[in-house]
Design a protein around this ligand. Structure first.
Ligand SMILES: *[C@@H]1O[C@H](CO)[C@@H](O)[C@H](O)[C@H]1NC(C)=O
Ligand SMILES: *[C@@H]1O[C@H](CO)[C@@H](O)[C@H](O)[C@H]1NC(C)=O
Ligand SMILES: *[C@@H]1O[C@H](CO)[C@@H](O)[C@H](O)[C@H]1NC(C)=O
Length: 185
């Protein structure tokens, strides 16, 4: 598969927020937003604040703060100017030392995506709380679930060789990453 982990290690910020009043939209007006209609929404269902950065190789990414209890962040699929991928990094602290990552690379008409725990400690609050990715196109797009406490989640990268954790979906898909309790349902 042409998608590689190193390509996905960078990202940029873009537009499109969900209609929810708590939605935060990304603010980097220079990013290259794709027009596929697809994108990802990240929902903080945890009982603590989550910090998030959508990272590319170019623009400095602003830190987004998602308050506990359902605040969400959305972005449209974006193209990294260097041809690589985008990484949305999530942390329970306002630094990027210990992050869960949602990584994606748009290769129209496919969006390749994965969850990565590679830069996250085995004892992370995200692991304790669980997290899951779903979409509005379940017939064509796999989901990923890491149940609360699952330190060996098969649906996420734990090692760079875990290529079964990379999924391809139609680029029109609308994906949702739930952090915390709702992922356990
Ligand atoms: C956007 O691009 C312009 C022109 O290249 C540059 O001056 C500006 O600093 C950029 N803004 C951001 C947020 O990167
Ligand atoms: C997880 O954190 C607890 C409390 O800080 C500690 O006792 C335990 O050894 C840690 N486990 C791992 C696998 O790091
Ligand atoms: C999923 O949502 C996106 C954005 O609203 C929409 O363009 C797309 O058609 C939807 N896909 C399906 C299969 O409903």
């Amino acid at each position: 598969m042409m998608f590689t982990k190193t390509l996905a290690a960078f990202a940029s910020l873009g537009a499109l927020a969900s209609a929810l009043p708590t939605a935060i939209k990304s603010r980097d007006t220079n990013s290259t937003s794709a027009s596929t209609g697809g994108g990802v929404t990240i929902v903080n269902n945890m009982d603590q604040t989550i910090y998030l950065w959508s990272v590319s190789n170019t623009a400095d990414s602003e830190m987004v703060t998602l308050t506990a209890g359902g605040q969400d962040y959305s972005e449209n699929w974006r193209l990294n100017p260097d041809g690589g991928g985008i990484s949305i990094k999530m942390s329970t602290t306002p630094d990027q030392s210990d992050v869960l990552q949602y990584e994606y690379t748009l290769v129209e008409p496919t969006i390749y995506w994965d969850l990565s725990c590679i830069n996250m400690g085995g004892n992370s609050t995200f692991t304790t709380a669980g997290f899951a990715v779903t979409s509005n196109d379940s017939g064509n797009c796999p989901s990923a679930t890491c149940k609360p406490g699952d330190t060996a989640c098969a649906d996420a990268y734990l090692f760079p060789t875990d290529d079964q954790a990379t999924h391809g979906c139609p680029d029109t898909v609308s994906m949702t990453l739930n952090l915390g309790p709702s992922s356990a349902e």
